[in-house]
Design a protein around this ligand. Structure first.
Ligand SMILES: [Zn+2]
Ligand SMILES: [Zn+2]
Length: 174
Protein backbone atom coordinates (compact mmCIF):
# COMPACT_ATOMS: atom_id res chain seq x y z
CA UNK A 1 0.00 0.00 0.00
CA UNK A 2 1.37 3.41 -0.94
CA UNK A 3 1.48 6.35 1.44
CA UNK A 4 -1.29 7.97 -0.60
CA UNK A 5 -3.59 5.00 -0.31
CA UNK A 6 -3.12 4.77 3.42
CA UNK A 7 -3.68 8.53 3.84
CA UNK A 8 -6.85 8.11 1.70
CA UNK A 9 -8.18 5.53 4.13
CA UNK A 10 -7.34 7.76 7.09
CA UNK A 11 -9.20 10.64 5.38
CA UNK A 12 -12.20 8.37 4.78
CA UNK A 13 -12.35 7.34 8.43
CA UNK A 14 -12.08 11.00 9.52
CA UNK A 15 -14.95 11.90 7.18
CA UNK A 16 -17.16 9.08 8.47
CA UNK A 17 -16.41 10.17 12.06
CA UNK A 18 -17.33 13.76 11.21
CA UNK A 19 -20.67 12.62 9.71
CA UNK A 20 -21.48 10.44 12.72
CA UNK A 21 -20.75 13.33 15.08
CA UNK A 22 -23.22 15.56 13.25
CA UNK A 23 -26.09 14.37 15.36
CA UNK A 24 -28.48 11.82 16.63
CA UNK A 25 -29.93 11.09 13.18
CA UNK A 26 -26.61 9.55 12.18
CA UNK A 27 -25.21 9.34 8.70
CA UNK A 28 -28.29 8.20 6.80
CA UNK A 29 -30.83 10.93 7.45
CA UNK A 30 -34.42 10.89 6.23
CA UNK A 31 -34.94 13.51 3.57
CA UNK A 32 -31.31 13.36 2.49
CA UNK A 33 -31.35 12.40 -1.18
CA UNK A 34 -27.98 10.70 -0.75
CA UNK A 35 -28.83 8.47 2.16
CA UNK A 36 -27.67 5.08 0.96
CA UNK A 37 -24.34 3.60 1.91
CA UNK A 38 -23.17 3.52 -1.73
CA UNK A 39 -24.12 7.21 -2.21
CA UNK A 40 -22.11 8.10 0.88
CA UNK A 41 -19.15 6.02 -0.25
CA UNK A 42 -19.18 7.83 -3.60
CA UNK A 43 -19.29 11.23 -1.87
CA UNK A 44 -16.41 10.31 0.39
CA UNK A 45 -14.38 8.91 -2.49
CA UNK A 46 -14.88 12.18 -4.41
CA UNK A 47 -13.92 14.25 -1.34
CA UNK A 48 -10.80 12.12 -0.81
CA UNK A 49 -9.82 12.41 -4.49
CA UNK A 50 -10.10 16.20 -4.15
CA UNK A 51 -7.81 16.16 -1.09
CA UNK A 52 -5.30 13.95 -2.88
CA UNK A 53 -5.32 16.19 -5.95
CA UNK A 54 -4.39 19.04 -3.67
CA UNK A 55 -1.65 16.91 -2.09
CA UNK A 56 -0.46 15.98 -5.58
CA UNK A 57 0.48 19.61 -6.16
CA UNK A 58 2.82 19.60 -3.15
CA UNK A 59 6.57 19.17 -3.63
CA UNK A 60 7.02 15.37 -3.70
CA UNK A 61 10.09 15.61 -1.50
CA UNK A 62 9.66 18.41 1.06
CA UNK A 63 5.88 18.88 0.84
CA UNK A 64 5.69 22.67 0.34
CA UNK A 65 2.86 24.20 -1.71
CA UNK A 66 3.39 25.66 -5.21
CA UNK A 67 5.02 29.09 -4.96
CA UNK A 68 6.70 28.30 -1.63
CA UNK A 69 10.43 27.88 -1.09
CA UNK A 70 11.63 24.31 -0.65
CA UNK A 71 12.69 23.14 2.79
CA UNK A 72 16.46 22.76 3.34
CA UNK A 73 17.81 19.51 1.93
CA UNK A 74 14.98 19.03 -0.60
CA UNK A 75 15.85 16.69 -3.47
CA UNK A 76 13.74 18.53 -6.04
CA UNK A 77 15.01 22.08 -5.49
CA UNK A 78 17.22 23.42 -8.30
CA UNK A 79 20.26 25.68 -8.07
CA UNK A 80 19.30 29.16 -9.36
CA UNK A 81 22.76 29.56 -10.93
CA UNK A 82 23.08 26.34 -12.97
CA UNK A 83 19.68 24.63 -12.87
CA UNK A 84 21.30 21.55 -11.34
CA UNK A 85 20.21 19.88 -8.14
CA UNK A 86 20.47 22.43 -5.31
CA UNK A 87 21.39 19.67 -2.87
CA UNK A 88 24.51 18.96 -4.92
CA UNK A 89 25.37 22.59 -5.66
CA UNK A 90 24.44 24.88 -2.77
CA UNK A 91 26.22 24.88 0.56
CA UNK A 92 26.16 27.18 3.55
CA UNK A 93 29.09 25.83 5.52
CA UNK A 94 30.56 29.33 5.79
CA UNK A 95 27.24 30.70 7.06
CA UNK A 96 26.64 32.21 3.64
CA UNK A 97 24.79 30.31 0.91
CA UNK A 98 27.19 29.58 -1.93
CA UNK A 99 26.63 27.92 -5.32
CA UNK A 100 29.33 25.36 -6.10
CA UNK A 101 28.90 25.80 -9.86
CA UNK A 102 30.13 29.41 -10.01
CA UNK A 103 31.30 29.92 -6.41
CA UNK A 104 28.99 32.91 -6.14
CA UNK A 105 26.75 33.73 -3.15
CA UNK A 106 23.06 32.91 -3.55
CA UNK A 107 20.54 35.34 -2.09
CA UNK A 108 17.22 34.35 -0.55
CA UNK A 109 15.32 36.03 -3.39
CA UNK A 110 17.17 33.93 -5.94
CA UNK A 111 16.10 30.60 -4.46
CA UNK A 112 13.76 28.78 -6.82
CA UNK A 113 10.38 27.91 -5.29
CA UNK A 114 8.38 24.74 -5.96
CA UNK A 115 6.22 25.48 -9.01
CA UNK A 116 3.83 22.55 -8.80
CA UNK A 117 5.60 20.60 -11.53
CA UNK A 118 8.93 18.78 -11.79
CA UNK A 119 11.87 20.97 -12.77
CA UNK A 120 12.22 20.97 -16.57
CA UNK A 121 8.68 19.72 -17.30
CA UNK A 122 7.44 23.17 -18.33
CA UNK A 123 10.39 23.66 -20.70
CA UNK A 124 9.85 20.23 -22.34
CA UNK A 125 6.22 21.22 -22.90
CA UNK A 126 7.24 24.61 -24.31
CA UNK A 127 9.86 23.19 -26.70
CA UNK A 128 7.93 20.03 -27.57
CA UNK A 129 10.46 17.57 -26.11
CA UNK A 130 8.63 14.26 -25.68
CA UNK A 131 9.85 10.69 -25.65
CA UNK A 132 8.60 7.21 -24.93
CA UNK A 133 10.15 3.86 -24.08
CA UNK A 134 10.01 1.35 -26.93
CA UNK A 135 10.98 -2.27 -26.27
CA UNK A 136 14.28 -3.08 -27.97
CA UNK A 137 14.92 0.55 -28.92
CA UNK A 138 15.03 2.41 -25.63
CA UNK A 139 13.82 6.01 -25.40
CA UNK A 140 12.62 7.43 -28.71
CA UNK A 141 11.24 10.84 -29.66
CA UNK A 142 7.45 10.91 -29.94
CA UNK A 143 4.55 13.33 -30.34
CA UNK A 144 3.09 15.16 -27.37
CA UNK A 145 -0.28 13.46 -27.91
CA UNK A 146 1.23 9.96 -27.74
CA UNK A 147 -0.48 8.26 -24.78
CA UNK A 148 2.94 7.08 -23.53
CA UNK A 149 4.69 10.43 -24.00
CA UNK A 150 6.96 11.54 -21.16
CA UNK A 151 8.98 14.73 -20.75
CA UNK A 152 12.29 14.25 -22.59
CA UNK A 153 14.71 15.54 -19.95
CA UNK A 154 17.74 14.07 -21.74
CA UNK A 155 16.96 16.13 -24.82
CA UNK A 156 16.33 19.16 -22.63
CA UNK A 157 19.83 18.90 -21.19
CA UNK A 158 21.34 18.19 -24.61
CA UNK A 159 19.69 21.07 -26.47
CA UNK A 160 19.25 23.70 -23.78
CA UNK A 161 21.31 25.75 -21.37
CA UNK A 162 20.26 27.19 -18.02
CA UNK A 163 19.39 30.88 -18.07
CA UNK A 164 19.96 32.55 -14.70
CA UNK A 165 17.98 35.56 -15.89
CA UNK A 166 14.93 33.60 -17.07
CA UNK A 167 15.27 30.96 -14.30
CA UNK A 168 14.66 28.19 -16.80
CA UNK A 169 16.32 26.14 -19.53
CA UNK A 170 16.48 28.00 -22.85
CA UNK A 171 17.33 26.66 -26.28
CA UNK A 172 21.06 26.68 -27.00
CA UNK A 173 21.87 29.36 -29.58
CA UNK A 174 23.36 27.74 -32.69
ZN1 LIG B 1 10.86 20.56 -2.17
ZN1 LIG C 1 24.65 25.49 -9.37
Amino acid sequence: MSANESSGIVSAIDMIDAEVEKGSEGIFKDGDDRNTFSDKLRDWAAAIAAIENENGALCPDCGVKPGEKHKPGCDIERCPHCGGQALMCLSDESGELLAGCDEMPVTDEELLPWTGSWPGDKECEEYGFWCKMVMGKGWVICANNDPEAEHDKNRLHRECVWSMKDKKFVLRKT
